[in-house]
Design a protein around this ligand. Structure first.
Ligand code: ASP
Length: 221
């Protein structure tokens, strides 16, 4: 039986193209929809769920992804979400905190758009499909797959603006690695406290603490 994978595209560099001037721009024709799937035993159904640069992704979009995954879970063996890298770790963390179904849920993105030299989008996308169709990925929480590495959503962070190896887990390294033939796991994810939200409201400001700060910002809020 082929593994059925639901792909939810949300935008970001992985679905963008560089124009003649070199600027990376949003495209209505997502290049990931033109990737022919060379992976045996994986059947892909993809949706252009959003087409947003990831700084435009808000908690309401994350909630919509959560609801879509819950709605569709019975029809699929795994889920891949393509996402801009700027807030990818936030969407991954959000989903990892929700009552997601017991199935592989993998986020991926790209540091270089589809027509740039050394573009990593197709490679990361196919790697994410491989992990999402691997039964062992089901009990590891929400995963981030980039640059041949598998990271736990709870700990992964973007560490560099342009480097393809930007996603790192500084606390304990990746959960696993992807090689040409195999997917290797070295760690298990710890159990999570999970919530089943049906709406999100309110504002939660974040203030960085720094040497010499005063209480003005806090008072203003
Ligand atoms: N600015 C882009 C975004 O997060 C960067 C990326 O996708 O790598 O949408």
């Amino acid at each position: 039986m082929p593994k059925k994978i639901l792909v939810l595209h949300t935008g970001g560099t992985i679905s963008m193209q560089a124009d003649a001037s070199g600027a990376v721009v949003t495209s209505s024709d997502n290049p990931m929809n033109h990737v022919s799937n060379p992976l045996e035993g994986i059947q892909v159904h993809s949706l252009d769920f959003f087409n947003l640069p990831s700084p435009h992704i808000k908690p309401k979009h994350m909630l919509a992804l959560y609801q879509k995954i819950k709605e569709e879970a019975a029809n699929y063996d795994g889920v891949v979400i393509t996402h801009g890298t700027d807030t990818l770790e936030e969407t991954a963390y959000f989903l990892d905190t929700m009552e997601v179904p017991h199935m592989p849920i993998v986020l991926t993105g790209a540091m270089r758009s589809s027509n740039e030299l050394g573009s990593d989008g197709v490679y990361n996308y196919l790697s994410a499909l491989r992990v999402a169709s691997d039964d062992r990925a089901a009990d590891k929480g929400v995963l981030v797959v980039m640059n041949d590495e598998i990271h736990a959503a709870k700990y992964v962070t973007k560490t560099h603006t342009t480097n393809v190896g930007t996603f790192q887990t500084p606390t304990h390294g990746p959960l696993g690695l992807i090689t040409k033939r195999e997917i290797l796991y070295f760690k298990t994810a710890e159990p999570r406290v999970r919530f089943d939200l049906d709406h999100i409201q309110g504002l939660v400001p974040i203030i960085s603490a720094y040497a010499g700060m005063t209480d003005e910002l806090i008072d203003m809020l």
